[in-house]
Design a protein around this ligand. Structure first.
Ligand code: IVH
Length: 673
């Protein structure tokens, strides 16, 4: 950290490493390092980039820096090299046999092998690579003309910007595939959106479409998008490939992600068996599929079969049985979250969907209920997607519906009776009582979460008892719990109580960034928390900052600044933080200390005219970072800062091999950011 040149070099190295491991992880699915090691690399780079803004690179690593791409003008039309067609559908084995019979009518006596692939429920895209470089990507649009979404596609981590292997040398290559979202990532995205009062997406497909439609790719960069490629858009006669399977292999070798679930099937029976296996596994796959796509493998056969205006004759979507069912809503229940968000869900008559008995559905928020116009007693269609709580797709119209009272959000918190309200501009209703036990429980769980204070063993069962028995009302109370008290909790033996006690006490030194995140201030996620920590270095200084000062920090928006200022202004929060300080919770950040002392023990010489600094200002800036300014260059000088028209000191520096920084580098180095 002491070497001025090092951050830039180190950042380059980190970016290279991260790209490499992204490739191993996302494309080959063969990671070579643990998640923790990956996180360490990633966080080191993030820290470097936060400390030295000038290190943030251009679009190539915009992912790593959390998205710094520019804002697109709009979506330019892109004409596809050949139409992006649909697929014919089949839902029974008979349909599939008829599909092969149709092909045999065109190619009598032919035998077919098939490639089976999951039919991913995402958004189809076409990508163009020129000489191995990703240059353009578009949506399907009307099939003939799509929209240019290159800037957003560049944010997808698993999509290579540069190809290697067999496809790298093509002057022009168009590949097609599906952008999708993993079910777990989708659920988390929705929780995060609801947390900040924004509307949730009804399903992963909508979330993908919405993310790809962003004008500002920094938003897209934050969305957990993934992609698989399944088609080479070229006349097979102009390629060296004889089969679709070879194409998928070439994709894989070139760095283009392909579905690991794709299988080569020797005949139609094998393809039907593939469908059956995938249907059994559909809830384990981790993303939404509504069937498999069966494609004739032989490319010569494909050419002979051709297309209708609507779909290829050599491929078909073989659908799975519906994961939907009808049931009746018996009750609408309200759950209270960490920030007091009131989230409705529906108790329904138990129904079986794809082997699981369902008795509860999510309803997201009041707007969603209003949109569906679901009332207690209504018949609804619910759908299971992935392995999660199902959602309501639609209401089945019934004459009785009108006589049922429309749903209304409660005016009081169902847990504590506190006043419930809907903040302006939000879709979420909230309980206004910060001491609401439901909120306290959620806050404690968040406080102890792995990425926050990382208190192992502080799970739901423990937190519930601690709050219900009035042992803990705020974060500070946690640190006053002794082993005996913990051992008095149900289902907590002495040994577990001791472990929990140790985990609590051992969490005191997580540093300011994680502590700030753990506080659960609205809108203050890990990123904002670490920006605050980097900027102020201690709770004391952060506390003293005004809302305007907070908002002036690079990367902190007005909404975050307002929420943080409000949080610190509240007497109750001040009291809890003071008590946490008393028990010895660290509220400083190591990295900031290092940053503050970036020039500790260093000697610098100034030469030439600096445009943005007077000599005194430059000197003060160096001193503030722990450095010293001297007047002549020697071998012991660490850096020479060269402004306009530098004098002989510049030549001295070159002669002695002392590193020279220009004004821009100096400015970025000493700037508070
Ligand atoms: S092949 C000409 N393969 O389904 C055939 N499509 O209903 C091109 N889809 O627009 C499509 N998974 O967006 C193909 N493994 C897969 C697919 C797939 C999902 C989508 C694709 C297409 C739509 C057709």
């Amino acid at each position: 950290m002491a070497d001025l040149k090092k951050p830039r070099v180190r950042a380059e190295e980190l970016r290279r490493l991260i790209r490499h491991h992204d490739y191993l992880y996302y494309v080959l699915a063969r990671p070579e390092i643990s998640d923790a090691t990956y996180d360490r690399l990633f966080n080191e780079l993030k820290r470097l980039e936060q400390q030295h803004q000038y290190l943030i690179p251009d679009s190539a690593t915009l992912l790593v820096s959390g998205g710094v791409a520019g804002v697109a003008e709009g979506f330019a039309p892109v004409e596809h090299s050949s139409p992006m067609l649909s697929l014919d559908n089949a839902s029974t084995e008979e349909d599939i046999r008829e599909f092969e019979a149709r092909m045999n009518r065109i190619l009598p006596g032919a035998t077919f092998r098939y490639v089976g692939e999951p039919k991913i429920d995402g958004v189809g895209v076409a990508l163009v690579y020129e000489n191995g470089k990703f240059v353009r990507g578009a949506t399907r649009g009307d099939g003939r003309v799509g929209e240019d979404i290159t800037h957003n596609l560049r944010t997808i981590r698993s999509l290579p910007q540069t190809l290697h292997g067999p496809l790298a040398r093509y002057e022009h290559l168009e590949v097609r595939g599906e952008v999708f979202m993993w079910e777990a990532a989708f659920q988390k995205l929705n929780r995060d959106l609801e947390e900040v009062g924004e509307g949730a997406f009804a399903n992963p497909r909508n979330a993908v479409a919405g993310s790809l439609r962003q004008k500002d790719s920094t938003i897209t960069a934050k969305r957990p998008l993934d992609i698989v490629l399944y088609q080479l858009a070229a006349d097979p006669r102009s390629t060296p490939f004889a089969t679709h399977w070879e194409i998928l292999e070439a994709f894989g070798k070139s760095g283009l992600p392909v579905s690991p679930e794709a299988r080569l099937c020797g005949d139609l029976d094998a393809a039907i068996a593939y469908h059956r296996v995938m249907e059994d596994r559909r809830n384990e796959i981790g993303y939404e599929t509504d069937g498999v796509v069966l494609k004739a493998n032989n490319l010569d056969q494909r050419v002979a079969l051709g297309f209708t205006t609507h779909h290829p004759r050599w491929a078909i979507a073989f659908k799975f049985k519906s994961q939907q069912a009808q049931t009746r809503v018996r009750r609408i229940v309200i759950n209270v979250g960490r920030t007091g968000a009131l989230t409705p869900s529906g108790d329904v008559d138990p129904v079986e969907i794809a082997g699981a008995t369902i008795s509860r559905t999510t309803l997201h928020n009041a707007d969603e209920i209003a949109r569906l116009d679901v009332r207690v007693g209504d018949l609804v269609v619910i759908e299971r997607a992935g392995d999660v709580i199902p959602h309501v797709v639609e209401r089945v119209p019934e004459p009785e519906h009108d006589s049922r009272p429309p749903f209304q959000m409660p005016t009081h918190c169902p847990v504590c009776g506190g006043h419930a309200y809907r903040p302006e501009g939000e879709v979420v209703w909230r309980c206004s009582n910060a001491a609401c036990p439901a909120q306290v429980k959620e806050r404690l769980l968040h406080f102890g979460a792995r990425r926050a204070m990382d208190i192992e063993h502080l799970g739901e069962a423990v937190v519930n008892q601690l709050v219900d028995r009035n042992l803990v009302k705020d974060f500070a109370d946690l640190y006053h719990l002794d082993v005996e008290t913990l051992a008095s909790l149900e289902r907590l033996a002495k040994k577990s109580a001791t472990n929990l006690y140790k985990a609590i006490q051992g969490s005191k030194n997580r540093g300011l960034a994680r502590f700030l995140f753990a506080l659960g201030i609205r809108f203050v996620g890990e990123h904002a928390a670490s920006l605050f920590a980097q900027h102020y270095g201690s709770m004391e200084k952060l506390w003293a900052a005004t809302e305007e000062e907070l908002a002036a920090i690079y990367g902190i928006g007005p909404r975050i600044a307002a929420a943080a200022a409000e949080f610190f202004a509240q007497k109750e929060n001040q009291r809890v933080i003071a008590r946490l300080l008393d028990v010895g919770v660290t509220m400083t950040e190591e990295t900031v200390k290092a940053r503050e002392k970036l020039l500790a023990g260093k000697t610098l010489v100034l030469t030439g005219t600096l445009e943005g600094f007077s000599r005194d200002e430059a000197r003060a800036a160096v001193t503030r970072l722990g450095g010293r300014v001297t007047s002549s260059v020697s071998k012991k000088t660490d850096y020479v800062i060269a402004g306009k028209d530098p004098g002989s000191k510049y030549d001295d520096a070159r002669r002695l091999g002392v590193p020279v920084l220009d004004e821009a580098a100096f400015k970025e180095l000493v700037s508070e950011r």
